[in-house]
Design a protein around this ligand. Structure first.
Ligand SMILES: C[S@@+](CC[C@H](N)C(=O)[O-])C[C@H]1O[C@@H](n2cnc3c(N)ncnc32)[C@H](O)[C@@H]1O
Length: 354
C-alpha cells in the first residue's frame, strides 16, 4: 500500500514530515534539495556496516556502538533517523532489530546493496559538494581536488577505495547483466574482449551462456589482480584470458570488443584513441559494442542526467547522445550500426570495423 509519503515498499519518502514552506512547486523543489540529508543517513548506515552488526535478536545501542566503533549517543540519533525511514526497527528505547529494508543492507543479502552504496561513498560524496564549482569552471572536480585522475588515485593513494569501487561496479553489473546480455547479439563472436571489464562479471556471464566462445578480461593491473576466481579456475579457465594493460596503449585482439561504462569516463579524443586501438586489434568484420547510458535533451529520466553530471565531477567525462557516439565511431574508422535498448538504463551502442 503506498500513499504520497511512502514508496512501494512502505519506506517513507526522503522528506516526509518536512515543513510546508509554500505552494506545491516550491515544496517539491525544497524536498528534492533536502533529500541530501536522507542520502547521508543511508550512506552513513552503510559505511558503519550497521546491518551486519545486528543478528536475529534485538541489540542494545551500546553493544551496537561497540561493534561498529561509534559513539553510543550519536549512534542513537543516527538509528532514530534510519528507523524513521523504515531501515531498522526500534523494539523499545535503545534497542534495535532488522526490518526488511535493513536486511537488504546485510553483506549476505541477495543483492550486495552495501557494496553498491559504497561504490564512491567517500570521494563521490565530496565531489557532489563541488557541483556548482565544476559547472562554473567546466572542469572535473576530482582532478581539481587531487591533481590526478580517479583510477591513478586508486592505484597510488587509496587502494581500499579502489577495491570498494570495483566491488560496487561489479555488483551493479551483475544485477543488470541478464537483461543487457539478452540484448547482445553474439553471432560470429569467437573471441570477445571486455575492455575495462573490472572484476569480469560480464566475461563470466558470457562464458557461462556461450560454451564455445573465448573471452578476454582486459583492465588495469589492480582490477585484474582481483578478477573473479571462476575466470582462472576450471571449467572456464581454458576459455578465458586475464590481461593487464592500458587501453590507451593497446587492447588484445578479438572479433567482438565490449566496453561497459568505461568510455563515458573520458573526453572525445580519449574515446577515439581507445576505439582506434580496438580497430587496430580487430579481426576482419569485428564489432565494437559499448554498454552505455545515453542522454537526450530533455533527458528521458533524471538518472541519465545525474550520471552525466557524475562523470563531469569524478572523471571529466560525459554521457552522450547516439549522434555523438556515431561521430566518435566515424573518427575512429568504425562503421556505425546503431543503438539497441536493453530494458535497463544501458543501451548497446554498436559499430563494425571496415
Ligand atoms: C566504471 S568501471 C567499469 C567496470 C566494468 N566494465 C563494469 O561495467 O562493471 C571502469 C573500469 O575501467 C578500468 N580502466 C580505467 N582506466 C583504464 C585503462 N587505461 N585501461 C584499461 N582499463 C581501465 C577500471 O579499472 C575499471 O575497471
Amino acid at each position: 500500500m503506498t500513499d504520497d509519503t511512502t514508496t512501494a515498499v512502505g519506506v517513507p519518502a526522503a522528506c516526509t514530515g518536512a515543513p510546508v514552506i509554500g505552494p506545491p512547486a516550491a515544496q517539491a523543489v525544497a524536498e528534492l534539495g533536502w533529500g541530501m540529508w536522507a542520502s547521508a543517513v543511508v550512506q552513513a548506515g552503510a559505511q558503519l556496516r550497521l546491518a551486519d552488526a545486528i543478528g536475529e535478536e534485538p541489540v542494545p545501542v551500546e553493544k551496537l556502538a561497540a561493534a561498529v566503533g561509534a559513539d553510543a549517543d550519536a549512534l542513537t540519533r543516527l538509528m532514530r533517523a534510519l528507523v524513521a525511514f523504515g531501515v531498522f526497527r526500534q523494539d523499545r528505547p535503545g534497542w534495535y532489530s532488522h526490518s526488511e529494508a535493513s536486511r537488504a543492507l546485510r553483506a549476505d543479502a541477495e543483492v550486495p546493496l552495501t557494496d553498491i552504496m559504497l561504490t564512491g561513498s567517500s570521494w563521490g560524496w565530496e565531489m557532489w559538494g563541488q557541483l556548482a564549482a565544476s559547472v562554473r569552471s567546466g572542469r572535473c572536480a576530482f582532478k581539481e581536488r587531487y591533481g590526478k585522475d580517479l583510477f591513478t588515485w586508486f592505484a597510488e593513494d587509496d587502494n581500499a577505495a579502489g577495491a570498494a569501487a570495483l566491488r560496487g561496479f561489479a555488483a551493479q553489473s551483475r544485477a543488470m547483466n541478464p537483461l543487457v546480455l539478452d540484448a547482445l547479439d553474439m553471432t560470429g563472436a569467437d573471441r570477445f574482449v571486455d575492455v575495462g571489464g573490472g572484476h569480469g562479471s560480464v566475461v563470466l556471464s558470457l562464458l557461462e551462456r556461450y560454451p564455445d566462445v573465448h573471452g578476454v578480461l582486459f583492465d588495469r593491473a589492480h582490477a585484474i589482480a582481483s578478477a573473479l576466481p571462476e575466470l582462472s579456475s576450471p571449467p572456464l579457465a581454458d576459455r578465458c584470458e586475464l590481461i593487464a594493460g592500458d587501453c590507451f596503449e593497446a587492447v588484445p585482439a578479438g572479433d567482438l570488443f565490449l566496453i561497459r561504462q568505461v568510455l563515458h569516463m573520458w573526453d572525445d579524443d580519449a574515446c577515439v584513441q581507445v576505439l582506434a586501438n580496438c580497430v587496430r586489434a580487430a579481426r576482419p568484420g569485428a564489432r565494437v559494442v559499448l554498454l552505455e547510458q545515453l542522454v537526450a535533451d530533455p533527458p528521458e529520466t533524471p538518472w541519465d542526467a545525474l550520471m552525466d553530471l557524475h562523470m563531469l565531477l569524478v572523471m571529466g567525462g560525459r554521457e552522450r547522445t547516439a549522434e555523438q557516439w556515431a561521430a566518435l565511431y566515424a573518427r575512429a574508422g568504425l562503421t556505425w550500426t546503431g543503438v539497441t535498448a536493453t530494458g535497463t538504463p544501458l543501451r548497446l551502442v554498436e559499430g563494425r570495423v571496415g
